[in-house]
Design a protein around this ligand. Structure first.
Ligand code: UT7
Length: 328
């Protein structure tokens, strides 16, 4: 088909919150956070900055990297659990901010798996009779807008950031697609173990929901940890089997950056620890931006070359999970 990733970009807020800062806010320690999660610091957006602002900067950087102008974009998909508003969609605000004409725009919500869900959706829409030629796929999160800064079990984990990608179909049947194989899945039976209970139609905002801190992330950490490892390992194995690619041929493995212990366990089970890219120490968990930030860092630092095989895997609320094999 000829569908490739032709540009990448990211936006990371300047302000850093490190573990020493958190020690002053809750009963925690740098030692606990580093040993249990691998996180040393995370970047946090200021009060004036929303997810669409982070997405806009990442999108502009990706367009510049691709060498194309905003009017050449046919579709914008933003993956986020922290949209600016219930509506309009964050993608439409990005469209306005970058001046992308009247292309279709929508948000996708599959939590930390959202970016891989969005890549699948974009690839499907580009391959379909819709025939979109150039698509912006963005993962953008202001996770700190959902963080309860008095809950030590969750507030140490998350950070803010965004990553964007320009996909292009060059129409040349001899150009190999970036998409080699993938799997997307979900288990709604576990919907309650990682949840923001209020603010939607189930529990609209009231003084009581605010007083009870129901607008913040609630997580069953150990259960989530266990499911994260098993589902990402299974999804990766399925994708490798479907594609006939051996783990030896993978150049980079990019697991969702939620916890270094989860990443280590997944890498050990797949037998590819030396191929894993890690930045959770610097950013914490940026949900659907996480894999994208890794990819943009690798691309801009010249650590991936044309034809390299990259295995990405993610896991998040829903529960959702996904794995995708990319040819650069
Ligand atoms: O991106 C979406 C998916 N999310 C994830 O993948 C997160 C998955 N879960 C995890 O990463 C881990 O479960 C956590 C990092 C959240 C927690 O690590 P854990 O090793 O599973 O710890 P735990 O929840 O079993 O808690 C162990 C102890 C508890 O104390 P007691 O009951 O043993 O006395 C907690 O109260 O650690 C305590 N604890 C803390 N202590 C210091 C929990 N949070 C903290 C903290 N600082 N920040």
């Amino acid at each position: 088909m000829g569908i490739r990733i032709i540009g990448t970009g990211r936006c990371i807020p300047d302000k850093i919150l490190n573990n020493d800062d958190l020690e002053k806010m809750v009963d925690t320690s740098d030692e606990w956070i580093v040993t249990r999660t691998g996180i040393k610091e995370r970047h946090i957006a200021d009060d004036q900055t929303s997810s669409s602002d982070l997405a806009t900067v990442a999108a502009k950087n990706a367009l510049e990297n691709a060498g194309i102008t905003p009017d050449m974009i046919d579709l914008i998909i933003v993956s986020t659990v922290t949209p600016d508003h219930a509506f309009p969609c964050t993608a439409a605000i990005v469209q306005r901010n970058i001046g992308a004409g009247n292309c279709p725009c929508f948000d996708m919500e599959a939590a930390c798996s959202g970016l891989l869900y969005a890549f699948n959706t974009a690839y499907g829409m580009m391959s379909s009779p819709l025939g979109y030629k150039r698509v912006l796929v963005i993962g953008a999160e202001k996770m700190t807008s959902l963080v309860d800064w008095t809950d030590r079990s969750t507030c140490v984990l998350f950070g803010d950031g965004s990553a964007a990608f320009v996909l292009e179909n060059d129409g040349n049947p001899d150009t190999p697609d970036f998409y080699v194989a993938g799997e997307v899945a979900a288990d709604g039976n576990a919907a309650d173990i990682l949840i923001v209970p209020a603010g939607g139609s189930r529990n609209p905002a009231t003084i009581k929901t605010v007083e009870e801190k129901q607008h913040f992330i609630k997580m069953g950490g150990p259960k989530t940890f266990h499911l994260a490892v098993t589902s990402m390992v299974n999804a990766c194995r399925n994708v490798l089997e479907k594609s006939g690619i051996s783990p030896d041929d993978i150049v980079w493995a990019i697991p969702h950056q939620a916890n270094k212990r989860i990443i280590d366990a997944v890498a050990a089970k797949l037998g590819i620890p030396e191929k894993v890219y890690l930045n959770v120490d610097r950013y914490g968990n940026t949900s659907s931006a996480s894999i994208g930030i890794c990819l943009d860092e690798l691309n801009r630092e010249g650590k991936i070359k044309k034809g390299d095989l990259i295995l990405a895997a993610s896991f998040g609320a829903g529960l959702t999970w996904a794995a995708m094999l990319i040819r650069w």
